[in-house]
Design a protein around this ligand. Sequence first.
Ligand SMILES: *Cc1c(COP(=O)(O)O)cnc(C)c1O
Length: 399
Amino acid sequence: MKEQLAIFGGTPVRSEKIYYGRQWINEDDVKAVSEVLTSDYLTTGPRAAQLEAELCAYTGASYATVCANGTAALHIAAMAAGIGEGDEVITTALTFMASANCALYCGAVPVFADIDRETYNIDPASIEARITNKTKAVVAVDYAGCSIDHAAIRDICDRHGLIFIEDAAHAIGTSDHGKMVGSIADMTCFSFHPVKTVTAGEGGAVLTNNAEYHHKLQILRSHGIEHEEEFMTEAPHEGPWYYEQQMLGYNYRLTDFQSALLSSQLKRIDMFAGRRKAIAARYDEAFGELPGIILQQELPDTDSVRHLYEIRLDFDVLACTRREFFDAMSAENVQCQIHYVPVYWMPYYKRLGHKEGECPVCEEIYRGILSIPFYPKMTDRDVEDTIHAVRKIVEYYRK
Ligand SMILES: *Cc1c(COP(=O)(O)O)cnc(C)c1O
């Protein structure tokens, strides 16, 4: 017998609401932050540099620049890549709009490639189809933390002389053919927002193996100010206080107490990643064979630490709309979220000339997906309640 849905007066699967994502802060994190608060430096002290070294050690990248947030990371990466007026930047539409906005910040034009219907990541064939003589870079997003096809994108970028920027806001800890995300693209951007795998409250980073990009990233983070004598142009200078603004940068610095919070979180990243993988494995098992639900596929030889877990409704099997499914989940006290409304559907992008229909696969996938609760601090009970709610609603609406 079908269980009565809570939305129609049945008993909800749980009494307390559970959300799609949340941070996990412990006493060590609190201690790490408070130690910095009573130290000499609140910002531009030793902790940001220490964090940069830790991010390099974790990912295998040669250089890291930490900054105010993931959006700032994308902005300075686009600037360091030399993206400017008249350039085109190819990205995905199934992302947070910051992945595309970074091109606009630089006066360039974002161009949306379609996604692969299995992985939901940017489709290399669609990138290739969107290349013009104005294309300067690709911003590829590891959607939900699942690895992009690095080898295919690298090959396209090499053949067309494009810069490969990876928006890995979802994907710290993910690897592809044994290489960690952060060490693969020309520049890789992370976000440390509270819903991401590790958090600094707000924070971001750009990782690269390229010394020239790294130097630009370091000065763009702080007004474009050059402190190193070898890069100064107005020598001989007057004294040790001397500095030169060489580029138009921003104040995108990360504070020392935020850096300390992230360093403390990084000590537990293997535990966070392990717990995310265990929950994903349990969901895969519960939904893999469930008619009505389609799952995002990972590429072979990749090892993904997911940030989101997506279920996709199969409308050939289910007699409901996504909105009805979403509301029914909510009534069961399992709050889902939708990631993401295609970027070019935004009124701002439409005013720039974008139109619905630009990326048909992306739009089709978008219409069926929901992010279900997924974060390391979830208890096994929370996971089972989420599975119960999904099954209950699928069974109710199965044709
Ligand atoms: C979170 C996120 C960003 C932006 O990061 P912030 O730290 O919030 O500025 C960029 N791209 C993607 C894909 C994200 O999920």
